[in-house]
Design a binder for this molecule. Structure first.
Ligand code: FES
Length: 653
């Protein structure tokens, strides 16, 4: 007489168990991913399973109707009070009485998959650092003089196999009343590190607590700070927001902030305080938007470039402003939120900062790598994360190279005569008719008068306030394609280009894109200066990519990924017409959205991903653009539209 066979789906894990073994116990022994917060006490309902009955020829079993024990009093009580879906059983209460096939639904799996909206992306597997556990702690006893915390440690070890618990003072100080209030039953939030550091007690509640825990995934950019508030159980993004980095008032770009520190003793402390304050404001507004208690935010992950990294940590960034661009530390960091003065979160919250790759290539680039995984790619992929600095990665599963290139803020609409951020009123897409040279465009937040394609004639448009990064890129590319601009980037005069929209300005020409002056609105032109600014930015981007291609010994790439908040809005064709990126089949140029932010989210939700990126970063080879003479050569040759010498055969197709 063999013991009953238990088969779990979808994992396919199977084993034989003694009659009367609870399903949860069988699942644990087989390593099946079945959740539990109450430790099998029939309280949390996280252990729900769906047994199947009948013939399972493919598994070679017949499941009798009584393969699981009948519903017991605990399960009956739970069902009566909270309701179980039809066919569901509590895995901790139902015991095995015969051969059985048991399905673990996604919501009962700890390591559930979170679908990402980008078409090419792999799902995020949940594997959060902080989890809830219900523990029954022994009461104190005159004859056994141990402390309440030591008895909690002992209970956690016996009931959950969690050894060596530590507790920061703010939590320890609340332990005694909470234990007594819960009559020695307590729900604890335990933080595990991926490095094997001792588990930490983050928070605790009397009795059974069934609240959600949240984390912040923060992309700390030089211009914008973007954050997602994520549910740490199901990975759902509950709120997202972006704010301006307040350090802008100390300097627009990274190097001007480093110079601010050099000129103003204590300037680094001012900037550190400013960014930390902004982070607290951001955390508070996200919590308010999602309607959650800031105390339930127990973790944060950060990605940032090296200068932002040092200023967040309160480290003087001057070394990053001069060769050899030494970082104070390039390793990942696990800290208490309190060490960064983050007060708008749980007082014991933990912070994870992704590792930096090198002095110019920061944790933001590491996060892009984590999100896009060039190190797993069969084909050679070029990833550009376009922002004030462009982070560039080139590689495949054999080898990955990285560099950073100073594109400046033109791609974000700054340094452009009518430039603005991507906000309502901004022209974001442009078409220019090659015959009539008349423009049509799409404006953020104004689609009242547009046709099916979303475009409207310039004359039919109102409410325009300026042009954003993607708009100016398309405008310049369309001007090139319509013959309004030559390969050197020079705008032709009205007589040469055949359009009355050309307006002479000194010795140069401007192309009138939009005239709202009749209604008191702006006149938006693309000036020769705008085109020069775009040429400088795109040359820097292209030169960085070419430098990596030289290092890799290739003259073409298989695929291009455009990342960055606005990478999502650049059309691949226009990027290539300008020569922002090297030639590649157009259908192999993809957008990845804010890949750095996604990388932060992955690191927040998945401990194994932290280990992975720490290992990967050590294998990424860094190329320094600032000291590489070929960078200058590539930069000059890339000034032409699309390029002085490099061919663009895919564009001709
Ligand atoms: Fe909590 Fe089953 S493990 S109800």
């Amino acid at each position: 007489d063999q013991m009953p066979l238990v088969i779990f789906t979808p994992s396919g894990k199977r084993g034989r168990f003694a009659l009367g073994t609870p399903v949860l116990t069988a699942a644990r022994q087989l390593g099946v991913d079945l959740d539990s917060v109450c430790g099998g006490r029939g309280i949390c309902s996280k252990c729900q399973v769906s047994p199947s009955y009948g013939d399972f020829s493919k598994h070679g079993v017949r499941v009798a109707d009584d393969a699981l024990s009948a519903v017991n009093a605990v399960e009956e009580r739970y069902d009566r009070l909270r309701g179980l879906k039809p066919g569901r059983r509590l895995g901790c209460q139902a015991t095995i009485q015969g051969d059985v096939v048991i399905d673990v639904p996604p919501e009962s799996q700890v390591h559930k998959q979170v679908v990402r909206k980008e078409a090419t992306a792999r799902a995020i597997t949940m594997d959060p650092a902080t989890r809830l556990c219900l523990v029954q702690v022994e009461e104190p006893d005159m004859h056994e003089p141990s402390g309440d915390f030591e008895r909690l440690q002992k209970a956690l070890s016996a009931q959950w196999g969690i050894d060596g618990l530590t507790a920061p003072l703010p939590v320890l100080s609340r332990l005694q009343p909470i234990l007594r209030k819960g009559n020695w039953q307590v729900t604890v939030a335990i933080h595990h590190d991926h490095t094997g550091a001792a588990p930490r007690l983050i928070d605790l509640w009397p009795g059974f607590h069934d609240g959600a825990l949240y984390g912040l995934a923060i992309d700390l950019g030089s211009t914008t700070i973007a954050a997602h508030l994520c549910d740490l159980v199901n990975g759902e993004v509950r709120a997202s927001a972006g704010i301006m980095n307040p350090q802008i008032r100390f300097g627009e770009d990274l190097m001007s902030r480093v110079s601010y520190v050099m000129m103003n003793p204590g300037g680094d402390r001012e900037m550190t305080a400013a960014v930390r304050q902004a982070l607290n404001d951001l955390a508070a507004s996200l919590a308010a938007e999602a309607g959650i208690d800031a105390r339930t935010i127990v973790e944060a992950s950060f990605v940032c470039n090296p200068v932002m990294h040092h200023l967040l940590l309160g480290i003087d960034p001057v070394e990053l402003g001069q060769a050899p661009f030494a970082l104070a530390t390039s390793s990942s960091l696990s800290l208490d939120a309190a060490e960064l003065d983050l007060t708008a979160v749980n007082p014991a919250a933990r912070v994870y900062i992704l590792p930096c790759i090198a002095g110019h290539v920061g944790a933001d680039a590491a996060a892009v790598a984590l999100s896009e995984e060039p190190y797993r790619s069969e084909d050679l992929v070029l990833i550009v994360d376009v922002g004030t600095n462009a982070e560039i990665l080139l590689g495949n599963k054999e080898r990955v190279l990285a560099c950073s290139s100073p594109t400046g803020p033109a791609f974000e609409g700054a340094q452009i005569s009518s430039g603005q951020r991507a906000a309502p009123g901004a022209i974001e897409r442009v078409q220019i008719d090659p015959e009539t040279k008349e423009p049509r465009f799409r404006v953020i937040g104004c689609d009242l008068w547009s046709d099916d394609s979303g475009f409207a004639a310039a004359t039919a448009t109102t409410g325009v306030t300026g042009i954003c990064g993607s708009g100016i890129i398309e405008a310049v590319a369309e001007m090139r394609m319509a013959g309004l601009v030559d390969a050197s980037g020079l705008i032709g005069a009205a007589g040469q280009t055949g359009t009355s929209r050309m307006e002479p300005e000194g010795r140069t020409q401007s192309y009138l894109l939009y005239d709202g002056s009749a209604d008191g609105g702006p006149r938006i032109t693309v000036t020769q200066g705008d085109i020069r600014a775009i040429q400088l930015a795109k040359s820097a981007l292209y030169a960085g990519a070419r430098l990596l291609m030289d290092e890799m010994g290739v003259d073409k790439v298989d695929r291009v990924v455009l990342a960055g908040a606005f990478g999502a809005h650049i059309s691949p064709k226009h990027a290539m017409v300008l020569g922002m990126i090297p030639d590649a089949p157009l259908d192999r140029v993809m957008s990845a959205g804010n890949a750095a932010g996604t990388g932060a989210r992955i690191a927040l939700c998945n401990l194994a991903a932290r280990t992975e990126i720490e290992q990967v970063v050590g294998r990424i080879h860094k190329v320094e653009t600032a000291v590489e003479p070929r960078f200058q050569e590539h930069f000059i040759a890339a000034n032409a539209l699309p390029h002085a010498t490099d061919p663009f055969p895919e564009l001709a197709k």
